[in-house]
Design a protein around this ligand. Structure first.
Ligand SMILES: *[C@@H]1O[C@H](CO)[C@@H](O)[C@H](O)[C@H]1NC(C)=O
Length: 192
């Protein structure tokens, strides 16, 4: 598409120059700067299209991590302060947005993401935890059906490049994991 447009323009410029020839030299001199200006515009458009196409061809950003890497039954909390959960067992990390040292997902590009958090109630018998964006509560789960029951929440979020997401376990709450029961995950639906 871009190529054929460029080709058409080149032909038009060439025809314009030819047509200018029978007239005095000044006509041609006038036509050339206009053609050059158009060519610059077209080159810029082609450049942008190529960049957009390269961006679209990239593997989509996605991440998934479970709370613990071990097969052992593992309880975290209750703690007496709000605590960032660090999901240690990375299963998917296309685009390297998720950091398993901090528990933070940093959006590599601006776009619409779908984010999901699932948690199993730990030994306090009460699980209340939230997905936080740059310090602001986006959505949460709450469950008191006894230890080992699970709750899930998820939603699409518009993230700016560099926005940070993590999961906070509120004070006095607890979470449990054993091999991918409690997970934090998300993927880019569309860059914007
Ligand atoms: C956590 O539990 C302690 C002891 O029961 C209580 O004093 C404190 O207010 C609780 N904190 C929250 C945030 O619920």
């Amino acid at each position: 598409m871009a190529c054929s447009f460029l080709t058409t323009l080149l032909i038009l410029c060439a025809v314009g120059s030819l047509r200018a020839q029978p007239f005095f030299a000044g006509e041609r001199a006038k036509a050339e700067p206009e053609c050059n200006a158009l060519l610059y515009q077209v080159a810029a458009r082609v450049d942008k299209l190529e960049k957009d196409a390269a961006e679209a061809a990239k593997a989509p950003v996605s991440f998934a991590a479970a709370l613990v890497a071990t097969q052992e039954w593992t309880h975290l909390g209750p703690f007496n302060t709000d605590t960032t959960l660090v999901f240690k067992n990375v299963i998917t990390n296309v685009g390297n947005g998720y950091d398993s040292n901090t528990g933070i997902f940093t959006a590599p590009v601006r776009g619409l993401y779908f984010i999901v958090f699932n948690g199993n109630v730990g030994k306090s018998g009460s699980l209340n935890a939230a997905v936080i964006k740059n310090g602001i509560n986006m959505f949460a789960i709450y469950d008191t059906q006894g230890t080992f029951s699970s709750a899930t929440n998820g939603m699409p979020l518009v993230l700016e490049e560099g926005d940070k997401l993590w999961v906070t376990l509120w004070a006095n709450q607890s979470i449990f994991d054993q091999s991918r029961l409690s997970t934090f995950s998300g993927f880019l639906l569309k860059s914007m």
